[in-house]
Design a protein around this ligand. Structure first.
Ligand code: ADP
Ligand code: ASP
Ligand code: MG
Length: 816
């Protein structure tokens, strides 16, 4: 004998019912089939009873919806000529339901008895209709109302299953009956007085396990809309996978802590008779599903942690007070007063000082729980031995579950560090003595982020996901997106890095998604987007998504954007930027950004601020971190100026060379920033600060070679006009250098905390003399590299290499 249970989604409509018919007809075993109400119907009935009992007449519209849903099934499966019997049954049930609802409407009250009666219509209707359908499909089948075999009784004010009576009645019925298939509505039962009762929401699972127990079934199959019990809620964690095998206790913990796929009380009757249960997907019959049995490990998954489950809408209630230690029977009174009110405690923690106790309960019970506690301890509160109970709402309880966790160290360490790395605060922790479960409580708004982070650290061992939000997709940003697109599969394969670009903005439009964008189409989609660029909306989008490893990428040279880095960092959004403004702003602001980045454990990387893609800042940081001391830095840091002076000769005009540098993306959008030396000054300022010196931009000595009118210009046009006018002056500078056998380089220097920049004539034996194109060169003189400097040299400007440098920073974060 096998028991098969089909949940609400499996019988929701004609399409899903077709699968059920296939599954039933496929096996020739003797079977008990348990069915739930059509998906959504129990909720509908629940809402109707609330509305009717509040005197709201719109429950009548819902009644019509309910009737139509059932009628659709009948019309789909049963030919018109044979519909009359089942349709008249449907009509009579609808009439009866309407009468009960009308009486609630008149009386304005809803008792648990009438609610159970109303909810029972769901399973009564579904089982009768499915029975007609299967009969019509020539199944050897009999229908039995579960109220004649499953009974409940009241013990200590609670309705529980009367096992003796239910077992006796079920066995008697099965003995008398010899149909191949027996169809039974789940969820509903009968009490000692003959009233309809229910086994609680999700209770069809329990009906099926009770029947498996009473009939000594070989196996219970729970058919639902997912391919088993997943490593985490599959709707919240896209990387979750079905667990092939669980022990009863693991499954019990996971379901008790929120994995709704199985109703928690379902497992006990199976444990009693050692009956295995398999969770299967009605819509993917061939998927393996999850086997739950005593051993739980015959198909070794290789994971110590088996799954993660969670309950949202938890409230933390804490009772504190210095006088608590002395109160006799304190814990007994505390728990008794809650249990008297039938309040379910999800988790308990007590500080070892015994000054406080904290429990997690369902939010809906929190007010009642507080009242029960405050009433019980009214005297102690009045003499200030304890404080009134404190409630914190909007929490989520997350449980990490696995039988073998107790044999392994470091699980909680891993759990806490994955949350810490994502800046998720843990509000309470509890570990069961069985060590099968570690529970933590966090703010509800972090639920999805926490689940994904924990899942990543326990199940996606090698894969790290980075979520990028990119602003500025012109020259550099466009190249960056191309590079990411080209490397996505390489990074996944070789570095186990999954890079998602989730949102993009340029100065006029934004493309806001909540999943990874298809990088083949970003340009078209951005052009088509009707969302106007708005920095605040972009930030809010990132913040609301609250994805782990979120990184904001700034490819602009925009001041306003640079001023917002602190906001991003403080919200646990990493910042990678080629925009120099922030790091070259006031020393106070630079320091503050570094501090926020450290405090929130959020990366702030800006390698491309100096030397584009060259490893300058990284090298400097590594030298310092490994104990080396910076003595002097000498550098040619302007790719643009280098390009300009390398290409400027007696046959070209200075203006045309500058223009061509700008056209090729070797200058800032405003070329004066490069030509005036400001850009180089900013770079040496950043290197000085990264070397540990407290420097401001005004401390950098900058002897600009530009004539006054060019320096004063206030637009690109004015600037170009000014340098055109001064062609003779530029030619003279060049002539002098040529005459001296030197080359012109714009040199930056840092020594003993003092920095300067300026145009210099470089002699032929110098390292700087042979610098090509837009190359940069940086000489680090340190304690270790005292005579021969450590030299970093290569292309120091251009969109491709800058994008590569930004990409390098992103990968650096991925490797952390
Ligand atoms: P049924 O109607 O078949 O009883 P339920 O809705 O009660 O189905 O349970 C199945 C649902 O449980 C899934 O659709 C899924 O959204 C949810 N669920 C929550 N946690 C888990 C988990 N860890 N594994 C699988 N499903 C889960
Ligand atoms: N129909 C009931 C409910 O929705 C029982 C079940 O589906 O298990 O709670
Ligand atoms: Mg269910």
């Amino acid at each position: 004998m096998k028991v098969l249970k089909f949940g609400g989604t499996s019988v929701a409509n004609s399409k899903s019912l077709l699968n059920v018919i296939d599954i039933v007809k496929e096996s020739n075993d003797r079977k008990i089939l348990v069915v739930s109400a059509l998906g959504g119907i129990t909720n509908l009935l629940d809402e109707m009873s609330t509305q009717a009992s509040k005197g709201e007449s719109n429950y009548k519209d819902k009644l019509q919806i309910l009737e139509n849903r059932h009628l659709d099934l009948i019309e789909f499966f049963i030919p018109v000529t044979r519909q009359s019997e089942i349709i008249s049954f449907l009509k009579s049930q609808i009439n009866e339901l309407e009468e009960v609802l009308e009486s609630l409407f008149t009386l304005n009250e809803l008792t648990s008895k009438s609610l159970a009666k109303i909810l029972s219509f769901g399973e009564t209707l579904s089982s009768n209709i499915i029975y007609s359908v299967l009969k019509h499909k020539e199944c050897d089948i009999e229908l039995k109302d579960s109220r004649q075999i499953i009974f409940t009784k009241t013990v200590n004010d609670r309705e529980i299953v009367d096992h003796n009576k239910s077992e006796k009645k079920t066995k008697a019925f099965l003995n008398e009956n010899n149909s191949k298939n027996i169809l039974i509505p789940g969820f509903i039962a009968q009490d000692e007085d003959g009233n309809t009762t229910t086994l609680g929401r999700g209770g069809s699972d329990l009906t099926s396990s009770l029947l498996a127990n009473y009939s000594n079934a070989d196996q219970l199959e729970i058919w639902t809309d997912v391919s088993g019990m997943f490593t985490a809620h599959p709707k919240l964690v896209s990387q979750a996978i079905p667990i092939s095998n669980l022990s009863y206790h693991e499954a019990m913990e996971l379901s008790h802590f929120g994995a709704k796929v199985i109703y928690p009380p379902t497992l006990q009757p199976l444990i009693d008779k050692n009956i295995p249960v398999i969770i299967k997907n009605t819509f993917k019959k061939d998927a393996k599903g999850t086997l739950i049995n005593a051993d739980g490990s015959y198909l070794l998954d290789g994971y110590t942690v088996k799954g993660i489950s969670h309950i949202e809408d938890v409230a933390l209630i804490s009772l504190e007070g210095s006088g608590m230690i002395g109160i006799p029977g304190f814990s007994k009174r505390f728990f008794e007063c809650l249990s008297n009110k039938q309040i379910n405690i999800i988790m308990i923690t007590q500080a070892s000082s015994e000054h406080s106790i904290c429990i997690g309960v369902n939010s809906k019970d929190s007010a009642m729980a507080k009242k029960a506690i405050d009433d019980n301890f009214a005297f102690e509160i009045s003499v200030q031995k304890v404080n009134p109970a404190k409630i914190e709402l909007d929490m989520t309880n997350i449980a990490v579950v696995g039988d073998r966790m107790k044999d392994h160290q470091g699980i909680s360490g891993k759990l806490f560090s994955s949350l810490g790395a994502n800046n998720i605060n843990i509000r309470a922790i509890a570990q069961g003595a069985s060590e099968r479960n570690i529970s933590i409580v966090i703010d509800k708004r972090n639920t999805q982020k926490a689940l994904n982070s924990i899942h990543e650290s326990f199940f996606e061992r090698q894969i790290k996901e980075l979520n990028l939000f990119i602003t500025g997709v012109g020259n550099v940003g466009g190249k960056l997106l191309d590079q990411i697109h080209g490397q996505q599969s390489y990074l996944l394969e070789n570095l186990r890095l999954k890079i998602n670009v989730v949102a993009i903005s340029n100065s006029s439009k934004m493309l806001l998604s909540d999943i990874a964008l298809d990088l083949k189409k970003w340009k078209k989609q951005l052009n088509k987007s009707d969302i106007n660029a708005n920095r605040e909306a972009f930030f809010n989008h990132i913040k609301t998504l609250n994805l782990r490893n979120s990184i904001f990428i700034d490819n602009t040279a925009n001041q306003d954007i640079a001023e917002e880095y602190g906001l991003y960092l403080a919200n646990n959004i990493g910042v990678v930027t080629c925009n120099k403004i922030a790091c070259a702003s006031s020393y106070k602001n630079y320091k503050e950004l570094k501090k926020i980045s450290r405090r929130y454990n959020t990366p702030f990387l800006f390698e491309t601020n100096v030397g584009a893609g060259l490893p300058v800042i990284d090298t400097l940081n590594n030298l310092i971190a490994s104990g080396d001391e910076i003595i002097k830095i000498q550098a040619v840091l302007s790719g643009s100026l280098n390009y300009v002076f390398n290409n400027f000769n007696s046959k070209t005009s200075f203006r045309s060379v500058v223009q061509s540098a700008q056209d090729q993306g070797y200058t800032e959008p405003d070329p004066k920033i490069d030509l005036s030396g400001v850009d180089v000054a900013r770079k040496i300022l950043i290197l000085g600060r990264e070397s540990g010196f407290e420097l401001e931009l005004k401390d950098i000595i900058n002897k600009s070679f530009l004539p006054k009118d060019a320096l004063k210009s206030s637009s690109n046009e004015e600037f170009y006009n000014a340098i055109s006018k001064n062609e003779v002056y530029f030619q003279k500078i060049l002539k002098n250098a040529t005459k001296n056998g030197t080359r012109l380089k714009y040199v930056a220097q840092l020594e003993k905390g003092k920095a300067s920049v300026g145009l210099q004539e470089i002699e032929s034996h110098h390292d700087f003399y042979n610098l090509e194109g837009s190359d940069n060169i940086i000489l680090f003189y340190t304690s270790r590299y005292r005579d021969q400097p450590l030299i970093v040299k290569g292309a120091g400007a251009g969109a491709e290499v800058t994008a590569g440098g930004i990409f390098g920073d992103i990968i650096r974060i991925g490797k952390q």
